[in-house]
Design a protein around this ligand. Structure first.
Ligand SMILES: Nc1ncnc2c1ncn2[C@@H]1O[C@H](COP(=O)(O)OP(=O)(O)O)[C@@H](O)[C@H]1O
Ligand SMILES: [Mg+2]
Length: 249
């Protein structure tokens, strides 16, 4: 049994001349709610896309549950992925899409029915279960996308800006599912620029700027080293110190 649920090792990814990710490494252990924090354009989404195999890194490796993802497909059933600005099949109803997502996870018919009904209930989707995704507002679509990432109770959740467009109630439900996942021994990676939310839910933080990792440590250590300041203050200082160093060099 691998100790780490996710291992990102020296990841590099460029798009033409844009060096989006420059040598990022970090790990997720069971019980971790790991915030990947950074300003817009710092490489969070690119990192997450490499982790789930959507993008092939130029260099570096990603292991999920001990297996390198370039060598296997089996990790897809253990990972729940919520993309940034998810694009959902507009011609399916909410229920059809969730059933489809559950079947992709290889769940049996009874489990599909149970999971989909539980998620629709938890995320307030029962009343719109027969509506086409095409007809839904942005907030409801995000609730559908979050639900789809949670079907099958995956032990590893990779969520890109999960709280984007969610009302407070749906944010609370999402946090509850995240907490249940780690209580069962799973791990969650959340990319966000919302530091207040990150501070409330994460127990570990990796701060990135311009594709480079500035710090990766338990949240309590990060706060202790920085005199108990809020995550927002620590983050702003870290990113601006880096800017000053760049101007000096
Ligand atoms: N498919 C792409 N093609 C070209 N440039 C991209 C692509 N995806 C991301 N980038 C660029 O890479 C950098 C990092 O982007 P991204 O990973 O989306 O950052 P974040 O999620 O932290 O906002 C940005 O400069 C962005 O414009
Ligand atoms: Mg992003």
């Amino acid at each position: 049994m691998a100790t780490y649920l996710v291992e990102v090792n020296d990841l590099w990814k460029s798009f033409g001349k844009i060096r989006a990710v420059r040598g990022i490494s970090f790990r997720l252990e069971p019980g971790q709610i790991h915030g990947l924090l950074g300003p817009n354009g710092s490489g969070k989404t690119t990192t997450l896309r490499c982790i789930v195999g959507l993008l092939r890194p130029d260099r570096g490796t990603v292991k999920i549950a001990g297996e390198e993802i370039s060598k296997t497909d089996s990790y897809k059933r253990t990972v729940g992925y919520l993309p940034e600005n998810p694009s959902l099949p507009e011609y399916l109803t909410v229920e059809e899409f969730l059933i489809f997502s559950a079947k992709l996870k290889g769940l049996d018919a009874e489990r599909v029915r149970r999971d989909v009904s539980h998620l629709m209930d938890a995320f307030g989707l029962v009343d719109v279960s027969d509506r086409l995704i095409y007809e839904l507002s942005k907030g409801v679509r995000q609730r559908v996308a979050v639900s789809a990432s949670l079907v099958g109770e995956p032990p590893i959740l990779i969520m890109d800006e999960p709280f984007n467009g969610l009302d407070p109630e749906a944010q609370k439900t999402t946090k509850d599912f995240i907490n249940i996942t780690v209580e069962r021994g799973g791990a969650v990676l959340i990319s966000t620029h919302l530091l207040d939310s990150a501070e409330k839910i994460c127990n570990y933080a990796s701060v990135i700027a311009e594709g480079t990792l500035l710090q990766s440590s338990p949240l309590y250590e990060l706060k202790r080293y920085n005199g108990g300041k809020s995550l927002e203050e620590i983050f702003i200082e870290m990113v601006s110190r880096r800017r000053i160093r760049k101007i000096d060099s």
